[in-house]
Write a protein of this length. Structure first.
Length: 344
């Protein structure tokens, strides 16, 4: 095939090892093609850069009444409440939900998106904006309705989310207001995670506004797991001048840090203050209760479902829905201790 020429339907058929009729059926009536064949055809489409022409067929004629969602992890409750509300709203509309977990891996997410499109998903919910351009191009090529949640998307995105930078800045300002100057952070891994990166940026912005050094912020990047938070806390507290406050990138890390601090013989918040982010159920159950950023996950999930359903139906919708967060004060945040010898 002449690489300078625009790829045609028969080029896709040859690469995929199927007939042109099968390619056409896969692109126009995906529910009538086996998932294995759809994935083979879609892989050929992506490899060749083929842009299908649906010939003006109405979106409604190709509906499967199925929506996909690709979330970063199912290992903790960060996304559970919002996804539950999302599913409930879809069920009321007679739409089924397929869920996949990417493990914060860009290639795995791309493969899952291809599989969902191959299975004829009418639309897809994605978390955050950090993904390769080729994945964005794939969604655009197939004109797949897509809504981004848990983050503020770009100008061309349809999103239902919140400003992670502003939310993290707000809780850092609260920590600084309690007199803390030696502040560290236990964050999720920022690779392919714009939410984690935004929260670090927000904390640094608050430090800068308070006349503190944003470059001096020590950040431990770890997986979202209780034990990982504990290891990170021990590293931070072993420093010659340990922090008096640790801002955690989510509540799983915050609770893990509280447990590890107590095992180290530290009293929270007298010796060390700790904050979280998300306000999942465990934040109120740990002792002391975790001061955290409240994210209205259910409201976000319901709004995301409405936005995606409207997008699928071609109905007017608010393309940019910003959800407000707030700070929930519990017992884990207190005044900075006078003594600097808290590393123990």
């Amino acid at each position: 095939m002449d690489v300078s020429a625009k790829p045609k339907l028969d080029d896709v058929a040859r690469v995929a090892g199927v007939s042109t009729a099968t390619v056409s059926r896969c692109l126009n009536e995906p529910a009538k093609v086996t998932s294995k064949t759809r994935e083979r055809v879609l892989s050929a489409v992506e490899a060749l850069g083929y842009t299908p022409n649906f010939g003006g067929r109405a979106l409604a004629s190709r509906k499967t009444h199925t929506v996909g969602a690709v979330i970063p992890t199912m290992e903790n409750a960060i996304f559970a409440r919002g996804l539950q509300a999302f599913q409930e709203a879809l069920a009321e509309a007679g739409v089924n939900l397929l869920v996949a977990s990417s493990g914060y891996d860009a290639e795995r997410e791309a493969a899952q998106i291809r599989a969902l499109v191959g299975r004829g998903a009418d639309g897809i919910l994605l978390i955050g904006t950090a993904r390769p351009e080729k994945t964005r191009a794939f969604l655009k090529r197939f004109a797949t309705p897509c809504v981004i949640a848990w983050s503020i998307g770009g100008p061309g995105d349809v999103y239902v989310g919140f400003d992670n930078v502003a939310a993290a800045r707000a809780i850092a300002e609260r920590v600084i207001a309690f007199g803390h100057r030696r502040i560290a952070m236990i964050s999720g891994i920022t690779a392919m995670n714009d939410r984690a990166a935004g929260r670090i940026a927000g904390v640094r912005a608050a430090l800068s506004e308070a006349g503190l050094s944003p470059e001096g912020l020590v950040v431990e990047e770890v997986r979202y797991a209780f034990d990982e938070a504990g290891v990170a806390l021990h590293r931070l507290m072993a420093a010659p001048e340990p922090p008096t406050a640790i801002i955690c990138g989510n509540d799983v890390l915050g609770v893990g840090a509280i447990v590890a601090a107590r095992r180290r013989g530290l009293t929270v918040p007298c010796d060390l203050s700790i904050t979280g982010f998300d306000d999942i159920d465990i934040a109120a159950l740990v002792e002391p209760g975790l001061t955290t950023v409240h994210v209205p996950h259910r409201r976000m999930g319901l709004a995301a479902a409405k936005a995606l359903l409207d997008l699928i139906e071609g109905q007017p919708q608010d393309r940019h829905v910003s959800i407000e967060t707030s700070i929930i004060e519990r017992g884990s945040l207190g005044p900075a201790p006078r003594s600097s010898s808290i590393g123990r």
